[in-house]
Design a protein around this ligand. Structure first.
Ligand code: ADP
Length: 347
């Protein structure tokens, strides 16, 4: 879709054919001059073009830093990152930082002019050399993100979700090949997230845009992303599609992050009759409970979550989180039997 080409920026660079759209090898970055602590450490990954990839992980795990390395805002301490086989230029290679085929929507709408109206915020991204094109493109993108009715409103007077849509319009009006988004749903009310996500999916399907986004709340991107990159302490722990990572996580951290799974050491597993030499994960929905007269397990706590309850059960050695949609909620201290339908052992 883009007119800007993904060309050679660095004279000494040679094109590497056959790579994924974004390809990183042993990418590291440290904010400290002596490189004692890495914000991103030895990250190797592939990001497919025309897909939505989410970088997930707890706060401080290096997600934003990785996004900025992909865009070229930060210079890798070591390793390389390539777009379409060419090394990504950084500040030393290019006057205006950021790859020309990419656009970054940062957190907090810093780029928006809150006192200007929505139309002007978006239209200002295009030159005045062709007024008709400017008008048409602005109208088209506002319609695409379904905020054409807000065109005359000041950005200061619209909601967080609407501001996010304006920020996306500004980023997309020049037809980048890659859209990078840092925590795009942070300031969007939960009830508006689904429609924004559906609109983003439609744009990817219709235009072949590549999206790379960062999220600290993986539950919000499970339905959106084609692929997930899981980060912890600057390292990439897992990368795969959401289904595989949810049902077969290769690290306890991924199981906790995606499924709020119960992580048990071998001794704790044994109290449930599970023999394993390694730690195991039991997702909440893999445990079913029923009330009984006598059992080593009892209800420690229950939380109302709307159409389901989160129940914490315990045998005083192991605490287990499980869920039930039954309306017959066992009372505190009630003895319960449990059935475990599945568990995962980690290497
Ligand atoms: P995330 O996006 O996952 O929250 P970041 O990429 O923002 O994580 O940060 C990764 C690590 O780098 C953290 O330990 C953070 O404190 C550190 N860091 C981030 N930005 C800076 C900075 N400008 N200067 C020094 N350290 C930073």
């Amino acid at each position: 879709m883009a007119h800007s080409s993904s060309c050679q920026y660095i004279p000494s660079d040679t094109h590497v054919p056959g790579l994924a759209a974004v390809h990183a090898e042993q990418l590291s970055f440290s904010f400290h001059e002596n490189n004692v602590q890495f914000a991103v450490e030895n990250a190797s990954f592939d990001i497919e073009g025309g897909k939505i990839t989410a970088i997930i992980g707890e706060s401080g795990s290096g997600k934003s830093t990785l996004l900025r390395l992909i865009y070229g805002l930060l210079e890798p301490t070591s390793g390389t990152v390539r777009y379409k086989g060419w090394q990504i230029p950084t500040r030393k290679d290019k006057l205006i930082p950021g790859h020309d085929s990419m656009k970054l929507v940062s957190q907090g709408f810093d780029d928006l002019n809150t006192y200007a109206n929505v139309w002007d915020n978006v239209a200002s991204q295009l030159p005045n050399t062709d007024i008709k094109r400017k008008q048409d493109k602005t109208a088209e993108i506002l319609q695409r993100l379904r905020i054409d009715h807000l065109a005359k409103k000041r950005v200061a007077d619209i909601s967080g979700g609407e501001k996010q849509r304006v920020a996306i319009c500004r980023a997309l009006i020049n037809e980048p090949e890659v859209l990078l988004m840092d925590e795009p749903f942070n300031q969007v009310d939960a009830s508006f997230r689904d429609t924004l996500q559906q609109d983003i999916k439609d744009i990817v399907r219709d235009t072949g845009l590549t999206i790379i986004l960062v999220s600290h709340d993986p539950t919000e991107v499970l339905a959106l992303a084609d692929n997930l990159i899981v980060m912890k302490s600057g390292k990439i722990l897992d990368q795969n599609n959401p289904h595989v990572l949810y049902s077969e996580p290769s690290h306890p951290y991924t199981a906790l992050l995606l499924a709020k799974s119960n992580i048990l050491n071998p001794e704790q597993a044994q109290t449930l009759g599970i023999e394993s030499e390694k730690s195991i994960a039991i997702h909440q929905e893999w445990i079913s409970i029923s009330t009984t007269e006598e059992s080593s397990f009892f209800v420690k706590d229950s939380k109302f979550r709307g159409f389901y309850y989160e129940i914490l059960i315990s045998n005083n050695t192991v605490d287990l989180h499980c869920i039930t949609t039954s309306q017959l909620i066992p009372k505190k201290n009630q003895a319960v039997d449990l059935t475990i339908s599945n568990w995962i052992a980690f290497d």
